[in-house]
Design a protein around this ligand. Sequence first.
Ligand code: GRF
Length: 208
Amino acid sequence: MPTQPHKYAVFVSGRGSNLKAILDAHAEGRLSHLPSLVITDNAQAYALEYARQYGVETLFIDPKAHKGRKAFAAYTLEELRRRGIDTICLAGFMRIVDGLLVEAFRNRIINIHPSLLPLFPGLDAQKQAVDVGAKESGCSVHFVDEGVDTGLVILQAKVALEEGETAETLSKKILAHEHRIYPIVIQALLEDRIRLADGRAVIVEKGE
Ligand code: GRF
């Protein structure tokens, strides 16, 4: 175990159902710690409601006030360091994270994506799956690196596409799995139970 417990921030831009799943997981005892901070680039994000309900500090960082990705990242980094936060969980954060943050949080920054990566990276992953007639898709929790949805995969969940599946029905099915697996990975990250070896990331049990 680390000498200091890890402190994490969740980055959101919109609806916030994954943030809600994280907060609920804590309330239900499946996650040992609440996030120390919720950061958003969208002051209207519904996600902020959930953070407030659970008494988690929120911080709106206005992209217009910081010229360019690097400046936005530098300011974000300062705010995180000031609070002793060493772990970042992206949950529907609609901005590409600058390399400055990726470097500063190497292997401590994760994202959830609604496909079985490396398939269907980027936007509208569920529609991409439906459009090519994929037989299965799912979601992936992965480390964030300098690319878009290219970092090492930590955990995935699969769903089957049925006849008549639409992007909407698929999104709903995948989301249920997102909500289940993201807290599992966050807890593992908080307990330093994600082992990196031979180009793979594996969650190990306590004491392994
Ligand atoms: C989720 O589908 C997540 O996989 C993707 O963005 C969506 C965010 O949804 N990165 P929500 O804001 O957590 O409800």
